[in-house]
Design a protein around this ligand. Structure first.
Ligand code: ATP
Ligand code: MG
Length: 157
């Protein structure tokens, strides 16, 4: 159940979320939503994306997580209203050790490996991850997973 996994990840980052006074919202299209995926790897993906969102929003910022079903897939959205990513840099964020100038200058922690690992895991699942962002407005990452057979049959009944 991808929704359950997301709830667990939010709890794991609770201290950071509270200390930055972040408003976090989770919207799930249907409860439960079963996907066919490696649980530990996908937990790592969600923790990485969520941790980035927490890191790159201002105090008092907002994070929204959403799961929807579409045909044979679940789509997971992780959206923040943080600093955003420059269009000239956006293709490089997936590279190992890449950190934007902004994230360097603001003494943000991290090695720049998170998104490389995330992309790798999603690709190993035969799925896709994408990002849309606007400087000063925020960023949304979204990726797909295959629904479990039971879910697939429900959606396509
Ligand atoms: P690590 O994940 O290894 O701790 P990191 O968070 O800097 O370090 P990545 O997660 O790979 O590395 O992200 C790469 C870069 O992409 C970040 O340094 C930052 O510049 C940019 N980035 C990633 N997520 C966001 C986001 N939600 N908002 C703004 N910039 C982001
Ligand atoms: Mg990271």
């Amino acid at each position: 159940n991808i929704n359950e996994l997301i709830r667990r990840c939010i709890i794991k980052l609770e201290n950071q979320i509270i200390s930055k006074d972040i408003h976090i919202e989770a919207n799930f299209y249907e409860e439960p939503t079963y996907v066919y995926a490696d649980k530990d790897s996908i937990e790592r993906v969600i923790l990485n994306l969520l941790h980035n969102a927490v890191k790159f929003v201002q105090d008092g910022g907002q994070i929204k997580i959403e799961t929807v079903k579409s045909k044979s897939k679940a789509v997971i959205y992780i959206k923040d209203n943080g600093i955003g990513i420059d269009s000239e840099e956006i293709n490089m964020i997936w590279d190992r050790f890449y950190k934007s100038d902004k994230s360097r200058s603001k003494d943000k922690t991290g090695t720049g490996l998170g998104l490389a690992i995330v992309k790798n895991i999603i690709n190993e699942h035969g799925q896709e991850i994408n990002v849309e962002s606007e400087i000063g407005k925020g960023t949304v990452f979204y990726f797909t997973l295959n629904l479990s057979k039971e879910e697939f049959e429900k959606v396509n009944k």
